[in-house]
Design a protein around this ligand. Structure first.
Ligand code: NFS
Ligand code: SF4
Length: 630
């Protein structure tokens, strides 16, 4: 199959829900019905429950809370808290990676696979590398990186990667992020009862704590994951629910930190484990992924992607999932009771994400090998408990080429470069395509699914519309999986959906029109790409015909991302309102001409009509082109 339509995917989900009914399984589709309509105060952001005099709800009759806070202060505080939650989460993932880096050793569970990248970052950070053993350097870098979380003075080291102009804007706006934990703590301090209720101050701190994520915690997560597990290169894989194998032991990895999934992948290839799988009647062991973990292992090992956020229950509903192994973030607590309806083992591994009805196998750098092996073994032994009459794997699989790290993009661009040698190894060939109009621009599409938007529909339809208009897509997170499932990353066929210019670029560079850049922490890669484009063109980031989009976002992390993408100078388009519509002042600051736009030269657009959202992005890209006279 070339392309899988949204209707076909929905039909597959319907058949899986039927499967679930046979065993009395609950589903998010049902729970959405139970929760609708949502509380109007919560949706507008006008409910405050940060002190015990409340909760206070703002209405025309009661325009202020008991403390006297008005609606703008309440909405602004809620927005900042939401951001801080996301920044803390991404950054803590980055911190775990730094701890893993600190545990690397020759021949150990974790090693340095990209020493060149480690040395490159060490030089950037002014760390002496001469005469040092690579593991000695890794440990030193880990300690310095961990200090970025709590250092008493100074700002984030990676800010220097941004163009000078961007750094100046941050400095002037007083939003350069200091220690990462400090920005989270400052946000929580500001939002305590009786602290900040001035909208401008709350939004400035939202940008600042977002930046501490994108140019701090997430960037470290990405960069040092590459150091340990390898910098992604283009690799072919498959996506959609049909990647689960009827005759094999299926282990689904779900969550975010590659420290877990890398080890599971390793032991699934262990001859001893494969022999064990054969001895229980399976043809082998099939690992597939869900959510950002899927992105991590797809990009580095070509592991198939079974689904994204709102299809996480589907993998269990196939009746063919021996184990779903999770670490942190975006894991439905529903997986506990759901797995009980089938033979599936639901294995939690992190003290950060403990859930009822799961088997907890605590995972850490020193026991990673043993524990990964015992999880794989548990899954294999569970194969014989499968109820064959409940097995239903919809036959939907798409081909996808993934693995477009910045390093990989620069390399493929050499394919479209003209003979001028000075363009090799830079983003200049891409800029040439944009300047000449062969490409109109680029959209960074990211983020989750949300039942408020027809799941995957917005991602897929917007991408199709954009590539037909010669706009190249750079994607990550669950958006990337939506694209892969639909066939939009098919290296052979996806270009058929493009306008003539983009099609030509795909042919020359041998790339799909939708480039998979990784997980959500990898949106930091997009920030570096934008910076490189700016430096190579001499334009400010905000002048580039590039916008960001999260059409179906749902998590706190997504709001943190939105804030750092905007703060980096990239206009950002959302398909779901971040609970701010209750305050005209907050909306003006975020979406108007004289709020964040005055500080960082970019702002938000919120539009829940997806068709319109696409038109607005194209319009913005064309405006930026017109302003440049191209
Ligand atoms: Ni991103 Fe990854 Fe997906 Fe949304 Fe969740 S998996 S970090 S938050 S749901 S894109
Ligand atoms: Fe109400 Fe003010 Fe307390 Fe919020 S901080 S719950 S608005 S009294």
């Amino acid at each position: 199959e070339r392309f899988v339509t949204i209707e076909e995917m929905e039909a597959a989900t319907a058949s899986l829900l039927e499967n679930g009914k046979k065993v009395g399984a609950d589903s998010w589709q049902q729970r959405v019905k139970n929760q609708t309509p949502h509380c109007g105060f919560g949706e507008a952001g006008t409910c405050c429950r940060i002190c015990a005099m409340g909760p206070c709800r703002i209405t025309p009759k009661s325009p202020r809370g008991i403390c006297g806070c008005d609606v703008h202060g309440i909405v602004g505080r809620n927005f900042l808290k939401f951001t801080a939650g996301g920044a803390a989460t991404h950054s803590d993932h980055g911190r775990e990676i730094m701890h893993t880096l600190h545990q690397t050793k020759e021949g150990g569970n974790y090693q340095v696979k990209d020493p060149e990248k480690l040395i490159r970052i060490a030089h950037e950070w002014g760390v002496e590398t001469e005469g040092k053993d690579i593991y000695e350097l890794a440990h030193e870098m880990a300690e310095i990186g961990l200090m970025e979380y709590g250092k008493p003075f100074g700002v984030q080291r990676f800010l220097k990667r941004a163009p000078e102009h961007t750094q100046e804007l941050w400095h002037k706006a007083e939003i350069e992020p200091r220690a990462i934990d400090r920005e989270v703590a400052t946000a929580l301090h500001m939002t305590h009862m009786g602290c900040s209720s001035l909208p401008e101050a709350l939004i400035r701190q939202s940008l600042r704590s977002g930046l501490s994520d994108g140019w701090g915690g997430s960037m470290m997560g990405t960069e040092f994951s590459d150091v340990m597990f390898g910098t992604p290169k283009p690799v072919d894989t498959t996506a959609n629910i049909g990647v689960m194998e009827k005759d094999m032991v299926n282990i689904v990895v779900h969550g975010h930190d590659p420290s877990l999934s890398e080890m599971i992948v390793y032991y699934a290839n262990d001859p001893e484990m494969i022999a064990l799988a054969k001895s229980v009647g399976a043809k082998g062991i099939n690992i597939c992924g869900v959510c950002c973990t899927a992105n991590e292992v797809a990009m580095r090992h070509g592991i198939p992607m079974a689904g994204n956020f709102l299809t996480q229950e589907n993998v269990v509903l196939t009746g063919a999932c021996e184990a779903i192994v999770v670490d942190v973030q975006c894991i439905f607590p529903a997986l506990g009771p759901l797995s009980k309806c089938f033979h599936t083992k639901f294995v939690t591994t992190s003290p950060i994400a403990r859930m009822p009805d799961s088997e907890f196998i605590r995972f850490s750098a020193d026991n990673a090998g043993e524990n990964a092996k015992s999880i794989v073994k548990m899954a294999v032994e569970n194969f014989t408990n499968r109820k064959t009459d409940l097995v239903n794997i919809p036959n939907q699989v798409s081909h996808a080429r993934v693995g477009y790290s910045l390093e990989a993009i620069v390399k493929v661009l050499d394919g479209v470069a003209n003979s001028q040698v000075d363009t090799f190894g830079t983003t200049k060939p891409l800029l040439e395509c944009v300047t000449s109009g062969v490409l109109r621009g680029a959209v960074a599409m990211v983020g989750c699914n949300n039942p408020k938007v027809r799941p995957d529909y917005a991602h897929i339809e917007l991408m199709k519309k954009l590539i037909a208009n010669d706009i190249i897509l750079i994607v990550s997170g669950c958006s990337a999986q939506a694209a892969a499932k639909a066939g939009l990353m098919d290296p052979v066929h996806a270009k058929e959906l493009c306008g003539a210019g983009l099609k030509r670029v795909c042919e020359l560079a041998n790339i799909p029109p939708v480039l998979h850049m990784g997980s959500c922490v990898d949106i930091s890669r997009m920030m570096i790409l934008a910076s490189e484009l700016s430096k190579d063109s001499g334009l400010n980031i905000s002048q580039l015909p590039v916008v960001g989009c999260a059409p179906e976002w749902m998590s706190e992390k997504a709001v943190s991302i939105g804030n750092y993408v905007v703060a980096t100078g990239i206009d950002t388009f959302l398909g779901v309102d971040p609970y701010v519509k209750g305050s005209s002042e907050i909306c003006d600051l975020l979406t108007g001409e004289h709020g964040v736009k005055d500080w960082v030269e970019a702002n938000y657009t919120v539009e829940t009509d997806i068709e319109k959202l696409g038109d607005l992005m194209i319009e913005r890209i064309e405006q930026k082109r017109a302003a440049l006279g191209i």
